[in-house]
Design a protein around this ligand. Structure first.
Ligand code: PHE
Length: 372
């Protein structure tokens, strides 16, 4: 700070001379204009507006002036500082706008570019569909059971009341497991999930409510409607007083849960050695709901205009099977049901070629959703 001012003339104080103030102001304005970016501007701001800037120091000199001189000097310094503040703010806004515009360009993301992220894996629709069916029965109190895919003939056939000369035992259907020198081993790749019925009955005491999903094998060529390896779901209920009505009600519940409300089911007489009586179970076609029958104008590809879709085989457990599994047929009765998962999935999703399900091409599986 200068020595006490004797003339009371602000002009006499060097730092408060009008030219000095103007010079300080102009230097500040020039520095702001010259600042090329926000960092440079910040420096210029400290130099020209900070506590130790010439204008701030000049401002302090005012305090030393006699009262009558203070007003004019104060006004001069104040106006200069006001102009400097304004110029700084204007330059700051300008530089910020420039920076924002640059960031928008530099950091722009082209959302149309192909991405190279590794796609997440998902389970096959056959697996997720099987689980959905399982869930339907588990929610009714059924237990999930499993059995081996390489199975003793006794479980796969004998215990299920297949006589030794039953056609299903012939070579064209069954993969037999050969021993050394092709000797017979009494072991087969299971041709259906029904052997798990026997295993479950031997394992547990009735009442029994079992659902068994699994892979099965038959010596079919792979084509649009056959595959040598496919999946079935087996259902077995053993309790006191079970009848065909329980079977039908249970299956109707499943059909509703999978295909929606209002579809009829019907039982057609059939033959399986391990059920008596036996039936094929049909469900009304969920696509045309029967409207295509006798109506050439509206053919239905899903049911070939027959109005019905065959879901699988079923029936009341043959008492001979109960006996083979050590269950008293006088006390207990039961029903069983088995159907092919691939067929069911084909109907439900209008899949035309079974090979698509086997080949594992993600272009087929992706539309089913990427459920994990
Ligand atoms: N296991 C039979 C098949 O593979 C289906 C079936 C299961 C039939 C249960 C009746 C009862 O064809």
């Amino acid at each position: 700070m200068s020595a006490p001012n004797k003339s009371y003339d602000p002009v006499e104080v060097e730092a408060l001379k009008p030219e000095e103030i103007e010079r300080m102001r102009d230097e500040a304005l020039a520095a702001f204009a010259a600042a090329a970016d926000l960092d440079a501007l910040r420096e210029a701001k400290t130099a020209h507006m900070g506590d130790r800037s010439p204008l701030a120091l000049a401002n302090r000199e005012i305090g030393a002036l006699p009262p009558q001189a203070k007003a004019e000097a104060g006004k001069r310094v104040g106006m200069a500082r006001g102009a400097v503040n304004k110029a700084m703010a204007a330059r700051q806004a300008e530089l910020e706008a420039e920076r924002d515009a640059r960031v928008l360009v530099e950091e722009a993301v082209d959302v149309t570019l192909p991405y190279d992220r590794v796609p997440a894996g998902a389970r096959h629709p056959l697996t997720t569909f099987m689980e959905r069916v399982e869930d339907i029965f588990v929610s009714m109190g059924y237990e999930v059971a499993e059995g081996p895919e390489v199975e003793a003939e006794w479980f796969n056939f004998d215990a299920l009341n297949f006589t030794p000369d039953h056609p299903a035992r012939a070579m064209q259907d069954t993969f037999f497991v050969a021993g050394p020198k092709k000797a017979e081993t009494g072991v087969v790749l299971r041709t259906h999930t029904s052997p798990v019925q026997i295993r479950s009955m031997l394992d547990r005491e009735p009442p029994l409510y079992i659902v068994c999903p699994g892979r099965v094998y038959r010596t079919d060529e792979l084509d649009a409607t056959h595959t040598p390896v496919f999946h079935q779901i087996e259902l077995l209920a053993i309790d006191e007083g079970l009848t065909m009505t329980d079977l039908k009600g249970t299956i109707e519940h499943m059909a509703r849960a999978l295909f929606g409300e209002g579809l009829e089911t019907r039982l057609r007489p059939a033959y399986f050695p391990f059920t008596e009586p036996s039936a094929e179970l049909d469900m009304q076609c969920y696509v045309c709901r029967g409207a295509s029958v006798g109506n050439p104008e509206r053919p239905c590809r899903t049911c070939s205009s027959e109005g019905w879709i065959e879901l699988g085989g079923c029936g009341m457990v043959n008492p001979r099977v109960l006996v083979a599994a050590g269950i008293d047929p006088e006390k207990y009765s039961g029903f069983a049901f088995g159907f092919g998962i691939e067929r069911m999935l084909m109907f439900r999703h209008n899949v035309e070629d079974m090979r698509d399900m086997v080949e594992g091409d993600v272009r087929f599986t992706r539309p089913f959703g990427m459920e994990i």
